[in-house]
Design a protein around this ligand. Sequence first.
Ligand SMILES: C[S@@+](CC[C@H](N)C(=O)[O-])C[C@H]1O[C@@H](n2cnc3c(N)ncnc32)[C@H](O)[C@@H]1O
Length: 203
Amino acid sequence: MDELTRNSLIKLTEFFDARQVGDVGPLGFRRSTNLTTLLACAERLMAESIIVPGRSAFLDLGCADGRVNLFFSYLTRVSVGVELDEWTLDEYDPLRGELLETLKVSEMAPPNENVYLFQGDATDEAVHGKIIHETGLGLADFDLFYTYLIMHEEFAHMLAEKAKKGAIYMVYGLHKIMPRYPGFRLMKELSPMEGVLALYEKE
Ligand SMILES: C[S@@+](CC[C@H](N)C(=O)[O-])C[C@H]1O[C@@H](n2cnc3c(N)ncnc32)[C@H](O)[C@@H]1O
């Protein structure tokens, strides 16, 4: 990762980690990823050629305010997210605006214009149709899938049917006990990365 990208991502992680959601209070169901931890994972994922900068296509299943998408926009060709709750997704634009200002002031690079977010159920084929329509990508075209625990089994079931062989399913929020999903190989040699991210390879 080049210096500008790393420094920009550090700024982005500081921005969002100061605004973590759901660790306390009633919004536990939409807890947000700690992006500082994700940055440490991303360095390793790049070293392992699991993320190929500018080439990989990324999809966050349950993207909330799109923070993980903004993060991955620096590291992937396209960064797509699907969120069920409209009001949660509505937080994306104002947060992005504030982030851009923060990055500009510190002369950092803005996220790439490769983020596409969709409102709906990530298992709904009508939503998949909208993704194809806007990005040209079906589920079988994505290299990297991500979810923060909620619905991880249902998503695994869907991806077992629809993702391509070799696609990577990343599940954040796990620790020592990592579930197995039919159709996927747990990448034991790498999981749980930073004690929190389990990686599965589609067989
Ligand atoms: C724990 S949050 C994670 C947000 C974000 N990915 C992150 O890591 O910061 C999970 C999000 O998934 C959404 N969600 C739950 N079921 C969903 C579904 N079937 N399709 C799309 N989004 C869903 C919830 O509304 C919630 O915002």
